[in-house]
Write a protein that binds this ligand. Structure first.
Ligand code: OGA
Ligand code: MN
Length: 301
């Protein structure tokens, strides 16, 4: 078969077009992009899906502003980023769409509408699993107008690359212990307490301190103050010193984008190369309600 330059050009345009107004714009910060011109309440065609996936890998965080999504839409969109995983904290799951967990300070008829203080320490989602999450999708249904509730994102490629070479070489062979129990007890203070059986079912896991992203091949720091209990193979004092250094380093503002939410924003981030962290807001005067899904990742190497 022969193909002329003209037909090749038409083919490649067909692959990369998507909706005519689709635009990918870097955010005002060291990471992330906004994608506009794409209505996620409608089915996303293959061409647009390919551009979204490319932007996800390149920018690590995508914000889709001014969306109007129902629960079914959010679940459908989640499939663009992998296979949705039902969250282990059952109290806050949507009745009809268990892939969706709600985050909220709102209480209706004495029942919390969602998890009230999730993610206030720097973390990567479900890092305490053998196979932590790939993407997380967070949709702002109702967001504080004046008092914060922003989400911080930090670039773990940049954080690793900014380290002196000797420190990089020191970290590369190290592994850290991650505790489901420690993370649960920090985040779900008002959910039910863990039973001995829950704890036995969720043993500690070990991950490399520096992981290699399976799609880009780039190295990213992979330790978080939410779940790490120690670095293996070094004396306790050295583990503590290294961790306090790394925990300060990953939060360095050089690597951080702060997202101030507007109702209708959908944020999607890559947990394999970003850490993130919630910030406080005036939960006595303002309501925050977010819908959240997450997709299955692979074992970090
Ligand atoms: C999460 C999370 C942060 C926030 O949903 O995984 O960490 O700002 N959320 O709600
Ligand atoms: Mn999180």
């Amino acid at each position: 078969m022969t193909s002329t330059a003209a037909t090749r050009r038409i083919d490649s345009e067909a692959v990369t077009s998507g909706p005519p107004n689709l635009a990918v714009q870097p955010l005002d910060g060291p990471l992330g992009c906004a994608i506009t011109g794409l209505d996620l309440s409608r089915v996303v065609d293959d061409a647009a899906a390919a551009r979204v996936r490319d932007a996800f890998i390149e920018h690590k965080l995508i914000v889709f502003p001014r969306q109007s999504l129902g629960e079914a839409d959010l679940v459908r969109v989640s499939h663009l980023f992998g296979d949705p995983v039902v969250h282990h904290v059952g109290e806050y799951l949507d009745q009809d769409f268990p892939q969706i967990m709600r985050l909220s300070n709102n209480v209706v008829d004495g029942k919390p509408l969602g998890a009230p203080n999730n993610g206030i320490f720097w973390h990567s989602d479900q890092i305490f699993r053998e196979q932590p999450m790939l993407a997380t999708l967070l949709y702002g249904v109702q967001t504080p107008l004046t008092s914060g509730g922003d989400t911080l994102f930090s670039d773990m490629y940049a954080a690793f690359e900014a380290l002196p070479e000797e420190m990089q070489a020191k970290l590369l062979p190290l592994q850290a212990v991650h505790s489901f129990v420690a993370s649960y007890e920090r985040n779900y203070v008002r959910a039910r307490s863990l039973s001995a059986e829950d704890k036995a079912l969720n043993p500690d896991v070990v991950h490399p301190v520096v992981r290699t992203h399976p799609q880009t091949g780039r190295k990213a720091l992979f330790v978080d103050p939410d779940s790490v209990t120690r670095i293996m193979g070094v004396i306790p004092q050295e583990s503590e010193d290294l961790l306090s250094f790394l925990f300060a380093h990953i939060a360095d503002e050089r690597f951080v984008y702060r997202h101030a939410w507007t109702q209708g924003d959908l944020a999607v981030w890559d947990n394999r190369c970003l850490m993130h962290c919630a910030t406080s807001y005036d939960d006595s005067s303002e309501i925050r309600l977010m819908f959240r899904t997450q997709t299955q990742g692979d074992r970090p190497v």
